[in-house]
Design a protein around this ligand. Structure first.
Ligand code: DGJ
Length: 706
């Protein structure tokens, strides 16, 4: 590390991602770092767009500065990133830079030390190769002698120039409505999202996109985004500050209100992924998609098989004959993987029982579970199983044997949510139990696919016997246990494909996505609702992670039925599955379904590995997603009519159109299914024609560049 920060010439460090530069410099006093540039390569040449006059009135310079990370004390008024309480109750930290280390243009460490408390904060920056994502996190090391309580311990602060105020795009909802895209313009003031549910939650995704409100979203709009890699409690705030800047702060939210840092301890915050695109929200989504393809590593190339899931068809009424009836039809349609959802284990006849006792129900499978699996496999399909490792039913044997394993506050009743309690996965003995249970299930039976569900938040977050003085960091302990078990699954059972789920999409963030193969964004599979969920989801997450089922219509949620084609094209926009009760499908419906499954199999490599572009959204009469094959000639377009048909075909009208993007204007694109040839210029300018009618409300178009 180089010199202790003092007054002197400003020092700037430049980091580069694929197409992006992020430059950081120290303020002249060395008390904090601030960004000098964030944008396309070359954006660092010239004065920082975040430069301010350094005139402050009634505040301190640190309050007005676009600081990268600054403690309460140094920044007393406008929002700090770190708040440290000393034993006497004092909350101020004043530190200066005591070192900087940059190995290359991909990594940087800046170290700040408070000589009075002995607290050292190291700001980490790491550009992710092959992406436009920069990871930021902070390491807090206690070199002093008195215990410190961290009341706020964010990962990073991110500053974005926005002369016209902030336009914020965020993904919000509730159970069965996750990832709905919302936007607001914030001229001044604070916007906040959080979760205290022990998981990211259904209400908000830990993801935010920021633009200058003066510049409408479009293919040339600079767009910035953050996403927090943390499957526990979190918060993100955005402050539209005077002087035309937006300051975003993000980090974990300790359940106990503060985390104890003992002398000698080091705490590492979760990583905040920071993304930039010069091409608007659509471009930003592709930055995140590329990043998530990278997170998947080698497993990206594992074919996401067409699955059947039993949940909507049979709910808790799982028994061998009914499942095999479904399996036989599924196999005929071309389904490759049969997943038995909730209800296969002893005591699980409804929400009240069974969780924790992970043994197949001998009454439901009278010929034996392995014989049942064998029959499914004999149909030519892989076999998958649902589990909820953190769940425990009060009536289970597990709970009778280990009542101390659930979260509980001594002397208080434990609240039931969905009739169940939650195991304290932060405990090593609980982790060992979960690991041993999954090992047993995955070795005793031929299981290729595991759906990990979680259906309740922690409520009374304590431990029997009480929490030791100084507290425990229960949220971080649960996260560590969850990640440990997922890591174990990958290492010990690499052939098993893992689906992440938490009552739908309540636990989707980068730590989970790096350790699972697909996730379940929402329990709502009703076509128009799902369209909104998937549209929001694809802003933040990649198509290869997005599990989606075709279910019966009208379904559980949305009374607005759409065609089978609509539902198949919608599910084909990610990882196709079927959740309908196939026993009720007649021959014609089954034949149509088989046709869609075959078409999907032909294009899924493009959908999962290509570059995706969002073409309009659910509020538009026609919308779609375009997928361009990586290094190949195919462009796949999934298109939907949301209902406004302009009277067609009963009144004279013209085709709806989707203007494609990113194509070569001079190339020729052939739709082999219809024999129609288009120039790239035509598809970019006039758009792909889609002749919707009352019974034709979706299409999957494959164009081959010639
Ligand atoms: C919630 C999940 O999101 C559903 O898909 C299903 O697995 C149920 N839990 C089962 O209890």
């Amino acid at each position: 590390m180089t010199p202790r920060g003092t007054t002197g010439p400003e020092r700037t460090w430049v980091l580069r991602t694929d197409r992006t530069t992020y430059a950081v410099r120290l303020e002249p006093g060395g008390r904090w770092a601030e960004p000098a540039a964030w944008g396309p390569h070359g954006a660092e040449t010239g004065p920082s767009p975040l430069d301010w006059s350094r005139r402050t009135h009634f505040l301190t310079p640190a309050d007005a500065a676009p600081a990268e990370y600054v403690p309460t004390g140094l920044r007393p008024f406008t929002g700090a990133d770190l708040t440290v309480r000393r034993p006497g109750g004092e909350r101020g930290t004043w530190w200066t830079c005591t070192g900087a280390a940059q190995d290359d243009e991909r990594t940087l460490r800046l170290e700040f030390t408070d000589d009075v408390t002995g607290l050292r904060g190291t700001l980490h920056y790491a550009a992710v190769p092959g992406t436009d994502v920069l990871l930021r996190w902070t390491e807090l090391t206690h070199t002093g002698s008195e215990p410190l309580h961290l009341e706020r311990l964010d990962s990073a602060a991110v500053n974005v120039p926005a002369a016209g105020g902030a336009r914020l795009t965020y993904l919000a909802g509730q159970w069965a409505q996750e990832f709905t895209r919302h936007q607001l313009d914030l001229a001044r003031g604070r916007f906040a999202m959080d979760s205290t549910q022990g998981v990211p939650g259904h209400a908000y995704a830990p993801w935010l996109a920021v633009q200058d409100a003066d510049h409408p979203d479009g293919p040339a709009t600079p767009t910035y985004g953050v996403a927090l890699e943390w499957p526990g409690n979190w918060h993100i705030t955005a402050d539209a500050e005077p002087g035309g800047a937006v300051r975003i702060r993000a980090g974990r939210l300790p359940h106990e209100g503060a985390v104890l840092l003992r002398p000698g301890d080091t705490l590492t915050t979760p990583r905040l992924a920071c993304a930039f695109s010069a091409e608007g929200l659509d471009g930003l989504s592709r930055v995140w998609h590329r990043y998530e393809r990278r997170l998947a590593g080698e497993r990206l190339h594992r074919t996401r098989k067409v699955l059947y899931n039993s949940w909507e068809a049979t709910s808790f009424d799982v028994e061998a004959d009914g499942q095999l009836e479904l399996a036989a039809v599924a196999a005929d349609l071309g389904v490759e993987l049969f997943v038995v959802d909730d209800g296969w284990f002893t005591g699980r006849h409804d929400e009240k029982g069974g969780l924790g006792d992970w043994r197949p129900d001998p009454v439901a499978f009278p010929g034996g579970f392995d014989a049942f699996i064998g029959e499914v496999r004999a149909l030519g399909m892989d076999f998958g199983l649902w589990v909820e490792p953190e769940g425990v039913s009060p009536a289970s044997r597990l709970y009778a044997e280990h009542p101390e394993w659930v979260y509980r506050v001594d002397g208080r009743p434990a609240t039931l949510v969905r009739e169940q309690l939650l195991l304290d996965l932060g405990r090593a003995d609980v982790q060992d139990f979960v690991v041993a249970t999954l090992d047993r299930l995955l070795t005793a039976h031929r299981v290729d696919y595991l759906k990990w569900d979680m259906n309740r938040p922690p409520t009374e977050r304590g431990r029997p016997g009480g929490v030791p003085a100084g507290g425990l960091d229960l949220d971080a302990a649960h996260v560590a246990g969850y990640l440990r078990v997922l890591d174990h699954l990958r290492a010990r059972h690499p052939h098993v494909t893992v689906e992440g789920c938490a009552g739908g999409g309540a636990r989707i963030e980068h730590a989970t996505l790096a350790r699972t193969d697909v996730v379940w964004p929402s329990d709502n599979t009703a076509p128009l609702d799902r369209l909104a969920v998937q549209y929001g989801y694809l802003h933040a997450h990649a198509p290869h992670t997005m599990s989606s089922w075709v279910t019966d219509a009208p379904g559980v949620f949305d009374p607005r039925p759409r065609s089978l084609a609509f539902r198949f094209v919608l599910a084909a926009a990610g990882v196709l599955g079927i959740g309908a009760d196939l026993r009720g499908w007649d021959g014609a419906r089954r034949a149509e379904a088989a046709g869609w499954i075959a078409r999907y199999k032909e294009v899924r490599d493009v959908v999962h590995h290509g570059e995706a572009r969002l073409l309009g959204g659910p509020a538009d009469a026609t919308c779609g997603v375009q997928y361009d094959e990586d290094g190949g000639p195919r462009t796949v377009v999934a298109a939907w009519s949301t209902g406004r048909l302009d009277g067609a075909p009963l009144v004279p009208g013209r085709a709806a159109r989707l203007r494609l993007r990113g194509l070569d204007p001079a190339a020729r694109y052939l739709d082999r299914a219809t024999g129609t040839a288009y120039s790239g210029a035509y598809l970019l300018h006039s758009g792909l024609p889609l002749a919707w009618s009352a019974d034709h409300d979706a299409e999957l178009v494959v164009l081959a560049r010639q």
